[in-house]
Design a protein around this ligand. Structure first.
Ligand SMILES: Nc1ncnc2c1ncn2[C@@H]1O[C@H](COP(=O)(O)OP(=O)(O)OP(=O)(O)O)[C@@H](O)[C@H]1O
Length: 256
Protein backbone atom coordinates (compact mmCIF):
# COMPACT_ATOMS: atom_id res chain seq x y z
CA UNK A 1 0.00 0.00 0.00
CA UNK A 2 1.18 3.55 -0.64
CA UNK A 3 1.36 5.57 2.54
CA UNK A 4 2.32 4.59 6.06
CA UNK A 5 1.70 1.14 7.49
CA UNK A 6 2.52 0.46 11.14
CA UNK A 7 2.33 -3.18 12.16
CA UNK A 8 2.29 -4.45 15.77
CA UNK A 9 4.54 -1.64 17.00
CA UNK A 10 5.32 -1.87 20.72
CA UNK A 11 7.19 0.46 23.04
CA UNK A 12 8.01 -0.11 26.70
CA UNK A 13 8.88 2.53 29.31
CA UNK A 14 10.43 0.75 32.26
CA UNK A 15 7.95 -1.91 33.40
CA UNK A 16 5.07 -0.25 31.54
CA UNK A 17 3.88 -1.05 28.01
CA UNK A 18 3.28 2.40 26.53
CA UNK A 19 2.43 1.26 23.00
CA UNK A 20 0.95 -2.21 22.77
CA UNK A 21 1.20 -3.89 19.35
CA UNK A 22 -0.24 -0.87 17.52
CA UNK A 23 -1.34 -1.59 13.96
CA UNK A 24 -2.63 1.26 11.83
CA UNK A 25 -2.34 2.81 8.40
CA UNK A 26 -2.22 6.35 7.03
CA UNK A 27 -2.93 6.26 3.28
CA UNK A 28 -1.12 8.58 0.86
CA UNK A 29 -3.11 11.63 -0.13
CA UNK A 30 -5.17 11.59 3.06
CA UNK A 31 -5.11 13.19 6.49
CA UNK A 32 -5.25 10.55 9.21
CA UNK A 33 -6.05 11.87 12.67
CA UNK A 34 -4.70 10.10 15.73
CA UNK A 35 -6.97 10.75 18.69
CA UNK A 36 -7.28 9.50 22.25
CA UNK A 37 -7.02 10.70 25.84
CA UNK A 38 -3.94 12.23 27.47
CA UNK A 39 -1.34 9.56 28.07
CA UNK A 40 -2.87 7.12 25.54
CA UNK A 41 0.52 6.71 23.85
CA UNK A 42 -0.01 8.82 20.71
CA UNK A 43 3.26 10.78 20.87
CA UNK A 44 5.25 7.70 21.83
CA UNK A 45 3.77 5.72 18.94
CA UNK A 46 4.44 8.46 16.38
CA UNK A 47 8.01 8.95 17.60
CA UNK A 48 8.65 5.21 17.51
CA UNK A 49 7.21 4.96 14.00
CA UNK A 50 9.78 7.54 12.91
CA UNK A 51 12.66 5.66 14.50
CA UNK A 52 12.89 7.97 17.53
CA UNK A 53 13.06 6.08 20.81
CA UNK A 54 13.36 2.40 21.52
CA UNK A 55 10.82 0.04 20.04
CA UNK A 56 10.55 -3.49 21.36
CA UNK A 57 8.84 -4.92 18.33
CA UNK A 58 6.92 -4.21 15.18
CA UNK A 59 7.42 -2.89 11.69
CA UNK A 60 6.91 0.46 9.98
CA UNK A 61 6.74 0.78 6.21
CA UNK A 62 6.26 3.81 4.01
CA UNK A 63 5.41 3.18 0.35
CA UNK A 64 6.73 -0.32 0.90
CA UNK A 65 10.11 0.78 2.32
CA UNK A 66 11.16 -0.26 5.83
CA UNK A 67 11.43 3.05 7.74
CA UNK A 68 13.07 1.56 10.84
CA UNK A 69 15.84 -0.07 8.78
CA UNK A 70 16.81 3.26 7.17
CA UNK A 71 19.55 5.59 8.30
CA UNK A 72 18.44 8.85 9.93
CA UNK A 73 19.33 11.03 6.95
CA UNK A 74 17.67 8.75 4.42
CA UNK A 75 14.52 8.69 6.59
CA UNK A 76 14.59 12.49 6.97
CA UNK A 77 14.42 12.86 3.19
CA UNK A 78 11.06 11.08 3.30
CA UNK A 79 9.53 11.93 6.69
CA UNK A 80 9.14 15.20 8.55
CA UNK A 81 7.98 15.45 12.16
CA UNK A 82 6.42 18.43 13.89
CA UNK A 83 6.76 17.72 17.60
CA UNK A 84 4.48 18.97 20.35
CA UNK A 85 7.05 21.18 22.04
CA UNK A 86 10.24 21.91 20.25
CA UNK A 87 12.03 24.91 21.67
CA UNK A 88 15.57 26.11 21.20
CA UNK A 89 17.83 28.00 23.58
CA UNK A 90 20.03 29.54 20.91
CA UNK A 91 19.37 32.90 19.26
CA UNK A 92 18.48 31.38 15.93
CA UNK A 93 16.29 33.26 13.47
CA UNK A 94 13.00 32.04 12.07
CA UNK A 95 14.61 31.68 8.62
CA UNK A 96 17.39 29.57 10.12
CA UNK A 97 14.90 27.30 11.92
CA UNK A 98 13.02 26.73 8.66
CA UNK A 99 16.38 26.21 6.90
CA UNK A 100 17.02 23.22 9.19
CA UNK A 101 14.43 21.43 7.09
CA UNK A 102 16.82 21.51 4.14
CA UNK A 103 19.68 19.74 5.97
CA UNK A 104 18.78 16.16 4.95
CA UNK A 105 18.87 17.25 1.31
CA UNK A 106 22.19 19.11 1.46
CA UNK A 107 25.39 17.26 0.59
CA UNK A 108 27.85 17.17 3.53
CA UNK A 109 30.33 19.38 1.63
CA UNK A 110 27.74 22.14 1.17
CA UNK A 111 28.48 24.80 3.81
CA UNK A 112 25.82 27.35 2.80
CA UNK A 113 22.22 26.88 1.63
CA UNK A 114 21.92 26.78 -2.16
CA UNK A 115 19.71 29.18 -4.09
CA UNK A 116 17.19 26.35 -4.42
CA UNK A 117 17.25 25.79 -0.63
CA UNK A 118 16.68 29.51 -0.04
CA UNK A 119 13.73 29.56 -2.44
CA UNK A 120 12.16 26.53 -0.74
CA UNK A 121 12.59 28.16 2.69
CA UNK A 122 10.96 31.39 1.50
CA UNK A 123 8.08 29.41 -0.02
CA UNK A 124 7.58 27.48 3.24
CA UNK A 125 7.53 30.73 5.24
CA UNK A 126 5.00 32.20 2.82
CA UNK A 127 2.83 29.07 3.09
CA UNK A 128 2.43 29.62 6.85
CA UNK A 129 2.09 33.41 6.39
CA UNK A 130 5.29 34.22 8.30
CA UNK A 131 7.46 35.81 5.60
CA UNK A 132 7.52 39.06 7.59
CA UNK A 133 8.94 37.16 10.60
CA UNK A 134 11.91 35.62 8.76
CA UNK A 135 14.59 37.71 10.53
CA UNK A 136 13.04 37.56 14.00
CA UNK A 137 14.73 35.54 16.74
CA UNK A 138 12.68 32.33 17.01
CA UNK A 139 12.43 32.46 20.83
CA UNK A 140 10.73 35.86 20.71
CA UNK A 141 7.74 34.47 18.79
CA UNK A 142 4.43 33.57 20.42
CA UNK A 143 3.52 29.92 20.91
CA UNK A 144 1.21 29.93 17.90
CA UNK A 145 3.80 31.63 15.70
CA UNK A 146 6.44 29.09 16.78
CA UNK A 147 4.05 26.28 15.88
CA UNK A 148 3.69 27.71 12.37
CA UNK A 149 7.47 28.03 12.03
CA UNK A 150 7.82 24.34 12.88
CA UNK A 151 5.30 23.50 10.19
CA UNK A 152 7.29 25.65 7.74
CA UNK A 153 10.48 23.76 8.69
CA UNK A 154 8.70 20.48 8.02
CA UNK A 155 7.37 21.75 4.67
CA UNK A 156 10.87 22.92 3.69
CA UNK A 157 11.97 19.33 4.22
CA UNK A 158 9.69 18.44 1.27
CA UNK A 159 8.64 15.15 2.86
CA UNK A 160 6.35 12.49 1.45
CA UNK A 161 5.16 11.68 4.97
CA UNK A 162 4.33 14.45 7.43
CA UNK A 163 3.70 13.49 11.06
CA UNK A 164 2.42 16.18 13.42
CA UNK A 165 1.85 16.07 17.17
CA UNK A 166 -0.92 18.49 18.16
CA UNK A 167 -0.09 21.04 15.45
CA UNK A 168 -3.05 23.28 16.29
CA UNK A 169 -2.75 23.31 20.09
CA UNK A 170 -1.50 26.92 20.30
CA UNK A 171 -3.41 28.32 17.34
CA UNK A 172 -6.38 30.66 17.30
CA UNK A 173 -9.46 29.68 15.25
CA UNK A 174 -8.34 31.38 12.06
CA UNK A 175 -4.81 29.99 12.31
CA UNK A 176 -6.18 26.50 13.02
CA UNK A 177 -8.28 26.66 9.91
CA UNK A 178 -5.39 28.01 7.85
CA UNK A 179 -3.06 25.24 9.01
CA UNK A 180 -5.59 22.46 8.46
CA UNK A 181 -6.52 23.77 5.02
CA UNK A 182 -2.83 23.94 4.17
CA UNK A 183 -2.45 20.31 5.21
CA UNK A 184 -5.57 19.41 3.22
CA UNK A 185 -4.04 21.01 0.10
CA UNK A 186 -0.77 19.12 0.58
CA UNK A 187 -2.62 15.86 1.12
CA UNK A 188 -4.62 16.40 -2.05
CA UNK A 189 -1.29 16.82 -3.84
CA UNK A 190 -0.23 13.38 -2.55
CA UNK A 191 1.33 13.96 0.88
CA UNK A 192 0.65 11.38 3.58
CA UNK A 193 -0.39 13.16 6.78
CA UNK A 194 -0.64 11.58 10.24
CA UNK A 195 -1.62 14.05 12.94
CA UNK A 196 -2.35 13.69 16.64
CA UNK A 197 -5.16 16.06 17.53
CA UNK A 198 -7.30 16.52 20.64
CA UNK A 199 -10.07 18.66 19.19
CA UNK A 200 -12.43 15.99 17.88
CA UNK A 201 -14.59 18.49 16.02
CA UNK A 202 -11.58 19.76 14.10
CA UNK A 203 -10.49 16.16 13.57
CA UNK A 204 -13.92 15.26 12.20
CA UNK A 205 -13.90 18.32 9.96
CA UNK A 206 -10.50 17.87 8.38
CA UNK A 207 -9.41 14.22 8.68
CA UNK A 208 -10.29 11.59 6.12
CA UNK A 209 -9.74 8.86 8.67
CA UNK A 210 -9.39 8.64 12.42
CA UNK A 211 -7.35 6.20 14.47
CA UNK A 212 -8.31 6.02 18.14
CA UNK A 213 -5.75 5.07 20.76
CA UNK A 214 -6.42 4.22 24.40
CA UNK A 215 -4.06 2.68 26.97
CA UNK A 216 -1.43 2.08 24.29
CA UNK A 217 -3.77 0.18 22.00
CA UNK A 218 -5.55 1.06 18.78
CA UNK A 219 -9.22 0.68 19.63
CA UNK A 220 -10.94 2.04 16.49
CA UNK A 221 -10.02 3.11 12.98
CA UNK A 222 -12.16 4.45 10.12
CA UNK A 223 -14.06 7.41 8.72
CA UNK A 224 -14.89 10.08 11.36
CA UNK A 225 -18.63 9.42 11.05
CA UNK A 226 -18.09 5.72 11.75
CA UNK A 227 -15.62 6.21 14.61
CA UNK A 228 -17.03 9.17 16.56
CA UNK A 229 -20.05 7.54 18.17
CA UNK A 230 -21.52 8.29 21.61
CA UNK A 231 -20.52 4.74 22.65
CA UNK A 232 -16.86 5.29 21.71
CA UNK A 233 -16.77 8.68 23.45
CA UNK A 234 -18.16 7.03 26.57
CA UNK A 235 -15.75 4.08 26.44
CA UNK A 236 -12.59 6.01 25.59
CA UNK A 237 -13.10 9.44 27.16
CA UNK A 238 -15.67 8.59 29.84
CA UNK A 239 -18.03 11.35 28.73
CA UNK A 240 -21.70 11.35 27.77
CA UNK A 241 -21.86 13.29 24.52
CA UNK A 242 -24.23 13.80 21.63
CA UNK A 243 -22.95 13.47 18.10
CA UNK A 244 -24.93 15.53 15.60
CA UNK A 245 -24.37 16.40 11.94
CA UNK A 246 -22.62 19.73 11.41
CA UNK A 247 -25.29 22.07 9.95
CA UNK A 248 -22.99 23.21 7.14
CA UNK A 249 -20.61 20.33 6.38
CA UNK A 250 -22.64 17.35 7.58
CA UNK A 251 -19.55 16.06 9.39
CA UNK A 252 -19.88 14.76 12.98
CA UNK A 253 -20.14 17.49 15.59
CA UNK A 254 -19.73 16.55 19.23
CA UNK A 255 -21.71 18.39 21.88
CA UNK A 256 -21.07 17.69 25.57
N1 LIG B 1 10.17 7.04 29.00
C1 LIG B 1 9.04 6.79 29.64
N2 LIG B 1 9.00 6.02 30.75
C2 LIG B 1 7.84 5.75 31.37
N3 LIG B 1 6.66 6.22 30.96
C3 LIG B 1 6.63 7.00 29.88
C4 LIG B 1 7.80 7.33 29.16
N4 LIG B 1 7.44 8.12 28.11
C5 LIG B 1 6.11 8.28 28.19
N5 LIG B 1 5.62 7.61 29.24
C6 LIG B 1 4.21 7.49 29.65
O1 LIG B 1 3.55 6.85 28.59
C7 LIG B 1 2.22 7.34 28.45
C8 LIG B 1 1.98 7.78 27.02
O2 LIG B 1 2.62 9.02 26.80
P1 LIG B 1 2.44 9.82 25.44
O3 LIG B 1 3.14 11.11 25.55
O4 LIG B 1 2.81 8.93 24.32
O5 LIG B 1 0.85 10.02 25.43
P2 LIG B 1 -0.05 10.92 24.49
O6 LIG B 1 -1.20 10.08 24.07
O7 LIG B 1 0.74 11.55 23.42
O8 LIG B 1 -0.58 12.01 25.53
P3 LIG B 1 -1.00 13.57 25.37
O9 LIG B 1 -2.33 13.55 24.67
O10 LIG B 1 -1.15 14.00 26.81
O11 LIG B 1 0.06 14.29 24.63
C9 LIG B 1 2.07 8.43 29.50
O12 LIG B 1 1.43 7.89 30.63
C10 LIG B 1 3.50 8.82 29.82
O13 LIG B 1 3.61 9.30 31.13
Amino acid sequence: MSGLVVTRLSVHGGEQTIVDAATLSAPAGQITGLVGPNGAGKSTMMRAALGLGETVGGEVHFAGADLLAMGRRERAKICAFVEQTATTETRITVREVVGLGRLPHQPSWQAEPSEKDETIVEQALAAVELSAFADRVFNTLSGGEQQRVHLARALAQQPRLLVLDEPTSHLDMRAQRHMLELLRGRATAGLTVLMAIHDLNLAAGYCDRLVVMNYGRIVAEGAPEDVLTPALLRDVYGIEASVIAHPVTGKPLIAY
